[in-house]
Design a protein around this ligand. Structure first.
Ligand SMILES: Cc1cc2nc3c(=O)[nH]c(=O)nc-3n(C[C@H](O)[C@H](O)[C@H](O)COP(=O)(O)OP(=O)(O)OC[C@H]3O[C@@H](n4cnc5c(N)ncnc54)[C@H](O)[C@@H]3O)c2cc1C
Length: 303
């Protein structure tokens, strides 16, 4: 089955944007291709006139720091993220989530940008980026813009980015500093290599004494049709003791206020709701421990 006519490997963002403009909606962006090729095969029918591969653009293949922000190019692979010492220390949840995507073959080619652009509510890398309160630099409707990452998502598999015309360029967020930490955990079928039953990423900041939640950000997925934060649970934790009793209370509260989606292939909504408590308790406990000790060694990460 022929899936495309022309395959381009531009070396600059400008070149990629010019190709998309030239094809006026008849070309499609490709990164690692791990989602796209599955979709193209499933769609069958007419081949795309062109694919524009963004993985040979050096500007999109970097992990950098700028002032207090960490910037990750859309072409950076999950394996590059897992190997980054900077991210292990200052965005531990992202390393943990990218470290469980698929298997090594998938992680070696699949990109964080593709994970975001595909807009699935359970995507592991996206879950952590939401907890990190990330923003996205995009080339959207012919203009360069910076948006909160959450603004990109419209519904399951539906992004504001039209990947026949627009480009996700980078994601950026503040790395953790003193008294802050993150963690990610997920529940998965044994030996499963696709989207999780449930994923959870948290960011916490403790007060000077290390005993109270000054602020939290919690992303549990999939809950609704778009990736998002558990605002009510975050509000409940603010200013409260960062101890076992409070973490248990937050887990129980989350089970009451969050109403997860059912999935034909992965889990019922009831099972997911039950697991929200387990997952949030474990993830929050780990993040608090990291914030207190200042030590963060990513867990469960495969190379
Ligand atoms: C066996 C297997 C296991 C998997 N396991 C997991 C898992 O455990 N967790 C998980 O979250 N995902 C999983 N995935 C899904 C997938 O690997 C990830 O979502 C991956 O990050 C997608 O990145 P990619 O570079 O391959 O994207 P691609 O397939 O290249 O692109 C995906 C979509 O995004 C668009 N796109 C890509 N980059 C850009 C850009 N820069 N600008 C605009 N549009 C863009 C493409 O046009 C396409 O629509 C799995 C996939 C497979 C095949």
């Amino acid at each position: 089955m022929k899936l495309w006519d022309q395959y381009y490997t531009p070396s600059t963002i400008q070149e990629a944007a010019a190709l998309l403009s030239q094809y006026a909606g008849r070309a499609r962006v490709i990164a690692g291709g791990t989602d796209l090729l599955v979709d193209l095969r499933a769609e069958g029918g007419h081949p795309h006139e062109a694919l524009v591969d963004i993985t040979r653009i050096p500007d999109l293949n970097r992990i950098e720091t700028d002032a207090d922000e960490i910037i990750i190019g859309a072409g950076v692979t999950h394996t590059q993220i897992v190997k980054s010492a900077l991210l292990a220390q200052r965005a531990t949840c992202l390393v943990e989530s990218c470290g469980v995507v698929g298997g090594p073959q998938v992680r070696n080619v699949a990109t964080l940008g593709g994970n975001v652009a595909h807009a699935l509510p359970a995507a592991d890398g996206t879950t952590s980026l939401v907890a990190l309160d990330a923003a996205a630099d995009v080339f959207l409707a012919g203009e360069s813009r910076r948006l909160p990452l959450s603004d990109l998502f419209i519904g399951p598999g539906q992004s504001r980015l039209d990947s026949t015309r627009d480009l996700l360029l980078t994601v950026r967020f503040k790395g953790t500093t003193a008294r802050e930490a993150t963690a990610f955990k997920r529940i998965m079928r044994p030996q499963g290599v696709a989207l999780p039953i449930l994923g959870c990423a948290v960011w916490v900041r403790l007060d000077e004494s290390g005993t109270t939640f000054e602020a939290t950000r919690i992303s549990i997925a999939p809950i609704g049709p778009r990736p998002g934060r558990a605002d009510e649970v975050e509000a409940m934790l603010t200013g409260k003791p960062a101890d076992e009793k409070m973490i248990h209370a937050a887990a129980a509260f989350a089970q009451q206020v969050l109403h997860p989606r059912a999935s034909k292939y992965r889990a019922t909504a009831d099972y997911r709701r039950e697991m929200i408590g387990v997952l949030l308790r474990r993830t929050l406990t780990l993040a608090v421990d990291r914030a207190r000790t200042g030590t963060a060694i990513p867990e469960g990460v495969g190379l």
